[in-house]
Write a protein that binds this ligand. Structure first.
Ligand code: ADP
Ligand code: MG
Length: 318
């Protein structure tokens, strides 16, 4: 039987050159780059709620870190360190190996290091805390959007929510589009490079984790403004176009969570710069609307007419 300490050593202890002291003592010791602020975020993933209990462990390791990296991206912070608190029903070497492989593959891609955590027996539950750095005063908060700014969205939305609907048996999908959408749900690509490129360009930013309307709504509330969105301009997963059910397609794109794209605002003077960033990163960036002085979020159709929508984002307690 493997002890807790063997488990930590075997699966989760790697070199941590970016830390003064990593795993193994009572605390990790970290030095923040002078002139920078420490950006800290925590995300909990609960089995049966945030992921299916039988999801591939490699993908779960990837996603647990990806959602935390996405918060760094949305803040314009450079991710540096993270901790992992794990509650596990049993020690299953295969599962742990795959989980750690998915986790560390993404960690290496983004040069973030695991510097500590906690391990207990219990229902499957993961809690990661991520720490990053941003030059003082340059973070992309939710409070900076101004009337007249453009509203932008990276990539395309709705694919993850469509995969979830299919996996829950609420919609039938062909296998090829399902594979693509399922990758959006299970192995999302956090937009870290975009977040860094948007420092000094975007006025506010958020990552789309609970649904575009809900998350943009947080920016509008944080900034004390409103917005008009053009539904035809909202880039959506190709699989949504193939759906017969237009209501479901709209719901996935506007209220579906888990895409981890960035929604941000920027003054029109930044349009050229944003086009350059899009080209550099080979990532589509679409202008989907405009910030207004009056509060409220209005979505218009191809004729410019306000649409009646009942789509709310995901809320665990709603
Ligand atoms: P303590 O009892 O002092 O909290 P622990 O025995 O919980 O220490 O942990 C020992 C060391 O292993 C600590 O440095 C802790 O940060 C690290 N650690 C524990 N669990 C994990 C984990 N799942 N991933 C990474 N590091 C971990
Ligand atoms: Mg402990």
């Amino acid at each position: 039987m493997m002890s807790e300490f063997d488990l930590i050593r075997r699966y989760f202890t790697r070199a941590t050159p970016s830390a003064d002291l990593g795993i193994g003592d009572d605390c990790a010791l970290l030095t923040v780059t002078p002139g920078h602020q420490l950006a800290v975020s925590t995300d909990m993933l609960v089995s049966g709620r945030h992921f299916f209990a039988d999801v591939d462990a490699y993908r779960l390791g990837h996603k647990a870190l990806a959602v935390n990296l996405s918060d760094m991206a949305a803040m314009g912070a450079r991710p540096r360190w993270f901790t992992l608190s794990l509650s596990l029903p049993a020690v299953q070497p295969d599962w742990l190996e795959r989980f750690a492989a998915g986790l560390f593959a993404l960690a290496e891609q983004h040069a973030v290091e695991l510097v500590g955590g906690d391990t207990t027996a219990g229902p499957l539950n993961l809690c990661l805390q991520i720490m990053g750095e941003v030059p003082r005063g340059q973070a992309l908060t939710r409070a900076g959007a101004r009337a007249g700014d453009d509203v932008w969205l990276s990539g395309a939305v709705g694919g993850a929510a469509l995969a979830l609907a299919a996996l829950q048996g609420r919609v039938a999908m062909q296998s090829e589009p399902l594979i693509q959408c399922r990758a959006r749900l299970e192995v999302p690509a956090p937009r870290v490079a975009l977040g860094l490129a948007l420092r000094g360009v975007a006025s506010a930013a958020i990552d789309v984790s609970d649904g575009l309307l809900a998350d943009l709504g947080h920016v509008l509330a944080g900034s004390g403004v409103g917005a008009r969105l053009q539904w035809p301009s909202v880039p959506r997963a190709p699989a949504l176009e193939a759906l017969d059910d237009a209501h479901l397609a709209r719901r996935c794109a506007l209220a579906g969570g888990d895409d981890y794209e960035l929604c941000f605002t920027a003054p029109p003077s930044q349009r050229e710069r944003i086009a350059e960033i899009s080209a550099q990163l080979a990532l589509p960036l679409s202008r989907i609307g405009a910030v207004t002085g009056e509060p409220g979020l209005v979505v218009t159709d191809a004729q410019g007419v306000a649409m009646q929508l009942d789509h709310r984002g995901f809320d665990h307690f709603a």
